[in-house]
Ligand binder design. Structure first.
Ligand SMILES: *Cc1c(COP(=O)(O)O)cnc(C)c1O
Length: 567
């Protein structure tokens, strides 16, 4: 008995030391995890502080807190009801403008039981094409319609007809479409100084898809080659929203680098501070949409090359610049280097459906190497439907659009793009000269930065001379709309722009004359208006600019999108 008692005691002692050891180990583990946790957050905080500076971080914190409190305010029941009523009213007004109504309107909400005759369809199409609209045909629309002339659009229609059923997903069935797509990519690569034999690309449905693909490729590369699991990218605040869309779709943190006056180019020291080991992509525009400014791409290229071993990808958005930016230097016009000639540039987006004059639904994404293009491919080796491989977002794609694009490039040729470049840049220069030196315009307006391509942005002069009132630029935008022009209103800072297209070239003097008349009329009103009815731009941006929380704007914009689908 005693011996067993002592064994028990021994066993007990042993167990308690074992327990103690276990507890100690657990303690150690807990401390270690805590340390890791702290380290992670310290690192995050440090990167944030480095990226935005102490003042900048405090400003962000202040803005965030203000936004949250405002959000709480918006959530209060009576405020919520009031906001909803206002939004509903605005959406109803939109509906009245966008959706035709009245006794004369016939709506086709169900399939016709018996199909129509071809003649009937043709008649209806004619009516639909003739619905009252802003006259792009008369050059009244900024950007939007990048028309290359009726001869070209007739040719495109022939290409559609020939390749209407075609789909590049079946290269054996449509070898001609495969050939044309490869040639569109090759021709575009050639314009952008792709390295001999190295460059690669894919055609897409538009600029947004090209950008989504380039961002995805960079994210996949960062993950595969450097193990980046919390990807981040640094973009100029003026870069196209497609990059923010990519950030949301692909879960990439987006850092907006400021683009301050007077150059309105991306601020390089800010970009440098925002780079960190999680950065998978840097972005520059050639030019950007809001102000038509080309960022300092040579400097971004140097930053990208220096950031990680082997360089961090740098995407140059030449969606808008398309076939215009590469023609500037060839036309003897000023243009900094912006393409693959710079060693840091790894991808480019080029909208052939803008100044390439291809039919809408065409764009190209270009890569410095085939290896980088690989990262955008989607391949599924084990699907019951067979081994599946597609280059990008879409599965089936319209071969007709590729044919239309190929036809446009071949028909226009280098000489055609050079000539259109010259006439578009000349028109922009005339507009710019008018705003900078015409007495009425220059007293009240000021050009943003030093644009080199087709977009000219301007804002109200902050200190107009001779005791003139400061204009509300949105009143100018609305008054131009009333005169039948469709120009673009911008925000942050309040401004507007004109993207010169071929249809605008012949009417640029009319545009200047109308702008003069509008500015003269608006400057009698002064800021805040004269109590008269505000126009759409003034109403929208007057509210949007003042709101810290953009929930109301989101609601309005969502309502707008819903309205588009009212049959
Ligand atoms: C038009 C544009 C894009 C892409 O827009 P899509 O409408 O998708 O073709 C991208 N970047 C800039 C600067 C643009 O102007």
């Amino acid at each position: 008995m005693p011996s067993s008692l002592s064994t028990l005691r021994k066993q007990y002692a042993l167990r308690s030391t074992r327990q103690q050891l276990l507890a100690q180990a657990l303690d150690l583990l807990r401390n270690f995890l805590l340390l890791l946790f702290l380290l992670k957050y310290t690192r995050k905080t440090f990167r944030h502080l480095r990226g935005y500076g102490i003042l900048g971080s405090l400003r962000l914190l202040y803005r965030d807190t203000y936004k949250r409190l405002y959000g709480v305010f918006l959530g209060l029941p009576f405020v919520k009801e009031r906001v909803k009523a206002d939004v509903d009213k605005a959406v109803k007004e939109l509906e009245a403008k966008l959706v035709p109504s009245g006794p004369g309107v016939v709506r086709h909400r169900t399939l016709p039981v018996e199909g129509w005759s071809a003649e009937q369809v043709r008649e209806e199409l004619e009516k639909l094409g003739g619905m009252p609209h802003t006259r792009w045909e008369d050059g009244r629309v900024s950007g939007a319609v990048y028309h290359g002339g009726t001869e070209l659009s007739d040719l495109q229609a022939e290409a559609f007809k020939k390749f209407g059923v075609s789909n590049p997903i079946h290269p054996d069935v449509f070898p001609g479409v495969r050939k044309m797509e490869a040639e569109v990519v090759a021709m575009t690569l050639g314009l952008f100084h792709a390295p001999e034999g190295g460059g690669a690309g894919v055609t897409t449905s538009g600029g947004t898809e090209s950008i989504l693909m380039a961002v995805l490729a960079a994210r996949q590369k960062g993950y595969a080659e450097r193990g980046v699991r919390e990807p981040e990218m640094v973009i100029p605040e003026t870069a196209h929203t497609a990059f923010r869309k990519a950030g949301e779709y692909f879960q990439i943190k987006v850092h907006l680098a400021p683009c301050p006056a007077p150059s309105y180019k991306v601020h390089l020291p800010s970009v440098r501070r925002l780079l960190n080991p999680n950065t998978i992509l840097l972005v520059g525009s050639a030019p950007n949409f809001p102000h038509g400014i080309i960022d300092d791409i040579p400097a971004l290229s140097r930053l990208a090359l220096a950031h990680t071993r082997g360089g961090t990808p740098l995407h140059v958005d030449c969606c808008l610049g398309s076939f215009l930016t590469p023609m500037l230097a060839r036309a003897g016009l000023p243009c900094p280097q912006f393409d693959f000639a710079l060693p840091g540039v790894t991808s480019l987006s080029v909208d052939t459906h803008k100044y390439g004059f291809a039919p809408k639904g065409n764009s190209v994404v270009l890569y410095r190497s085939q290896a980088l293009r690989r990262y955008q491919y989607y391949i599924c080796p084990d699907w019951s439907g067979g081994v599946y491989a597609s280059p990008g977002l879409a599965g089936s794609r319209p071969g007709a659009l590729i044919a239309g694009c190929w036809a446009s490039l071949m028909k226009t040729g280098e000489s055609g793009y050079l000539a259109t470049c010259l006439s578009i840049i000349t028109a922009r220069q005339e507009l710019e000269t008018a705003i900078r030196s015409n007495p009425i315009l220059s007293q009240s307006l000021t050009v943003i930065g030093n644009p080199l391509v087709s977009v000219l942005a301007f804002r109200a002069r902050p200190n107009p001379p001779q005791s003139l009132f400061q204009l509300d630029i949105y009143d100018v935008a609305d008054a131009m709309s009333a005169k039948g022009w469709h120009l673009n209103a911008l925000q942050d800072p309040p401004a507007m722009h004109i993207a010169v297209t071929l249809p605008i070239v012949p009417v640029v003097h009319e545009l200047i004359k109308d702008l003069e008349a509008v500015v003269e009329a608006c400057r009698g009103k002064g800021r805040g208006g004269d109590g008269g009815k505000q126009g759409d731009a003034a109403a929208l941006y007057g509210v949007a600019g003042a709101l810290p929380d953009k929930r109301v704007v989101r609601e309005l914009a969502g309502g707008f999108l819903d309205t588009l689908y009212l049959a």
